[in-house]
Design a protein around this ligand. Structure first.
Ligand SMILES: [Cu+2]
Length: 306
């Protein structure tokens, strides 16, 4: 119950009752009452608005928000946000978020996503291809060495589109993580090794990108991922942390043969680390948590000349 209970305890009692009742009704699965693209997680109030000012020092966004039915009429006001979110915010940008009250009663926005209909349409086209590619896989099969890597359309830790197309022209190393992973031998270790790999590859002057896909897109927004990357001292120039629609992530996870099962307090998951060449085919793949920086550096050097 570690992380979920922490968030539930931040809500007012009215919300607590709603969450409990919903959990009982659905047998502990999460509640989704709306379309998959805009799943309502019942945490705080849904807010849609436009950022009108950004103050990084006080971690504050001024937002002209729409009416929040049953809670607050449309108005322009200031909200506390995370360090990652305030850095990603730009005046004039449209966002959707969840509005909560923090311990002191201050208004805070969490789960902030950029709203851009044209960009979303573009990403959807990639994810439709991903869905068809995933569906076409025979049962028990996943993409491995020699296969073309599946398409995807996600957002990076800065809130920019990260598509399979954008990655073409350079090899990339891809893995799966989630920021709240409590097992030091799983995601934290994978991220540390990916960071080492990035440093070692840069020292050798290799042209390569790194992509870590979250297994927990509901919590891991671009801002959360940005903060996570910074905590590991990762250079965001060629290391992208990707998140997006639940459906796209689920398909991508399945197409790479990763198991990811959501539990009450964590996500049980397996690992996959893959090297995709500049043309988009998978040239190396490891399922083990014991993969080494050296083995991927070696595989990478073979892909530098061509
Ligand atoms: Cu993990």
């Amino acid at each position: 119950m570690r992380w979920k209970s922490k968030f539930i305890s931040r809500l007012n009692s009215q919300f607590k009752i709603g969450v409990v009742a919903c959990a009982l009704a659905l047998g502990l699965t999460s509640c989704s009452r709306t379309a998959p693209e805009e799943e309502d997680t019942d945490e705080g109030y849904p807010l849609v608005g436009e950022v009108t000012a950004v103050d990084v020092a006080s971690r504050t966004l001024e937002v002209a928000h729409e009416d929040i039915p049953g809670f607050m009429p449309a108005m322009t006001m200031k909200f506390l946000v995370s360090h990652g979110d305030v850095q990603n915010a730009v005046a004039g940008q449209k966002i959707r978020a969840r509005l909560i009250r923090d311990e002191e009663g201050a208004f805070e926005l969490i789960k902030i996503w950029p709203v851009d209909e044209d960009a979303a349409k573009d990403l959807k086209a990639y994810n439709l291809r991903l869905q068809n590619q995933t569906k076409a896989l025979p049962s028990g099969r996943y993409y491995g060495e020699g296969d073309d890597a599946p398409d995807f359309g996600l957002l990076d830790q800065f809130g920019n589109a990260l598509t399979s197309e954008r990655l073409k022209g350079k090899p990339f190393i891809l893995n799966f993580i989630f920021t709240r992973c409590p097992d030091p031998n799983m995601c934290p270790l994978s991220t540390s090794k990916m960071a080492q790999l990035q440093t070692r590859a840069a020292e050798k002057g290799y042209q390569v990108n790194f992509v870590s896909i979250t297994l927990d897109p509901e919590f891991d927004t671009p801002g959360v991922l940005r903060q996570y990357a910074e905590a590991y001292g990762i250079d965001g120039e060629n290391f992208f942390f990707a998140t997006g629609s639940e459906n796209a992530v689920r398909n991508l996870v399945a197409s790479y043969g990763v198991t990811s099962i959501e539990k009450v307090d964590t996500i049980m998951h397996s690992l996959a680390t893959a090297l995709v060449d500049a043309d988009g085919s998978i040239v190396k793949r490891s399922e083990k948590s014991a993969w080494t920086v050296d083995e991927f550096l070696e595989a990478l050097v073979a892909k530098q000349a061509d």
